[in-house]
Design a protein around this ligand. Sequence first.
Ligand SMILES: *Cc1c(COP(=O)(O)O)cnc(C)c1O
Length: 364
Amino acid sequence: MYERYPRLIIEKFAIRNNTKQIVSWCDKAGIFVVGVIKGATGIPEVASEMVNGGVKMLASSRLEQLDRCKKRGIKIPMMMLRVPMLSEIPKMIEICDYSLNSEMTTINEINREVLSKCKEKHGIVLMADLGDLREGFINKEEIIDAAIKIEKKLDGVELKGIGTNLGCYGSVIPTEDKMKELKLLSEKIEESIGRKLEIVSGGATSSLMGVFDGYMDGINMLRIGAAIITGPYEDLNIIYGRKELDALQSPFTLEAEIIEIKKKPSYPIGKLGVDAFGKKGEYIDQGIRLRALIAVGRADYGDISSLIPTDENIKIIGASGDHTILDIEDSKNNYNIGDIIKFELKYSAILNLSSSENVARIYK
Ligand SMILES: *Cc1c(COP(=O)(O)O)cnc(C)c1O
């Protein structure tokens, strides 16, 4: 009876099955999958299921998450996804076998630290910015120069390959010409260092488009998080209409408890200013409606647009930090105080809920 709410239900087999499906798609295109764990705050149970599902490496933008996974006994190689801070290099070379990089200053420092501690060589993947304008060398000469320097001058690091990231800041789509551009760059670098690169990393979940449409020639790695943790609720499906992701499951569900049910007007009564977050609200007068208040709010999940009620006749009409207001007038269910409302989740809600101390986690 007295379970703890709100809670996040995590279906481990769904994580494993999603991973297996994505690994099998990528495998046919000659691509291996790196499991990106940051979207679910690096929860080791989630990371383990990615490993069970066949990822060859785990990656995160946060060292703490990779460290936790290692301490739980996960043995596969670890990759630092976010260009490392100088201040975290000593820790990074303890935890990670690979990192994505875009600054020679940082790479030189990694090299120095590895040599001074007599560690094994750290693997460097150089990031090329193909127009999304977040991290990476935007100048092709500069990345080729960096590759040659690492190859010829540095003994503490090893040039493992190159990669790119798209669809993060600039919302640039991983189209065929972008993948060709990366392949071409990898060939130029191979020519200038006189050997093959091990890794050509073509992006994240959005690059699955290229796998589905068969234009990933020359690419052999993808770094996938969102598709595994959101399944059919990934943007690829919701925004780009890629129905392939309907083959996946939705591993995370939010459960929250009803604390008030009342008929209320839909338009606020009084002189209107700003809401709990300092914004002017938009309210449509739909007359008196039956509404439920649930004990979960923006402090837990972020934004209401990232929640999808499993009762499709419920409408989320607003939220403050600790409350969410639902219109339940059209629902066929007869809700009572203490009942539990369930939501499927988009990426940002999983990110927030999995890191909240107010949200219990139940593994199934
Ligand atoms: C987050 C991230 C990924 C994974 O992206 P998803 O959309 O979750 O698959 C891959 N690469 C980098 C550099 C990232 O920061």
